[in-house]
Design a protein around this ligand. Sequence first.
Ligand code: ZN
Length: 289
Amino acid sequence: MANIGPVGSVMLQRKHRSSAQCPRCLLEETNHHILLCKGTDTQELYASGLHSVTEHFLDGPFHVEQAIVELIQAYRDERQPDFEIIDDDDVRSAMQSQWDMGPSLLLWGVLHTEWEDIITEHLAGTRRSTPKWLAQMCNTIWEITDNLWKNRNKQEHKADDSPINIQRNLVADRLIDDIYGIIPPLRLLPRSDKNLFQATKAQRKAKYLKVKLKWIRRAQTVLLAYRSINARTPESQILLNFILRGRQQRQQRNEEQHQEHLPTEKQNGCGMKHVGFYGARPKVDGYEI
Ligand SMILES: [Zn+2]
């Protein structure tokens, strides 16, 4: 049953993810963890799943119901089952054999053959078939696994408020901060790039995670493209430095303009003639020349 689904640890191996974290609780996610996770909604799913299993047993043997429920709970709680709660020797033996095969197999719908005789005996005198009865039992158990897997995928892909997506949102917001720190002055950009960077940082952060991540990838690509012009010619580098430094300088300039009319201290020995106000230096379009 190893590696059947794209759980965190498999995605990390395949390099589709930067971590093996579970979307529901942020622990490492293996195949077993899908069923063992104690994160968002999992307890409720287990409880309602076990309820469906017991409903299947309304006309079934009580000892088998007890054994099956105890096996599922023991696996979930990561403990040994309490075999002593079962009075019937055959049922206790089947329970032991089922557990010895592998604690998780019951949840994947794999049954030990010892159950067969017990159920056949129970159904004797009715027109019901043992394989069908056992298959129906497996289906109700499998529903638990299926629901937990679906819930996990919802938390991974759809719920913006799941633990992993809250964490991803924080990372995305930090990346957005980084990007906004280096966006060139919009008026120097081609229209398509201008549109890309037009929203305010707060507007950008308020978007859904998926939208944000898509934008971050595009923005990073565009900014990288500006930077990669760098290497080609010295002239383009000068222009590029001008563009890329633009926004930061403009911000600095805005801050300085608040202090524009405060006299600056004359520095001794630098050889330059200070005119008293930094704000009086010649500028073109707000940039010092
Ligand atoms: Zn988890």
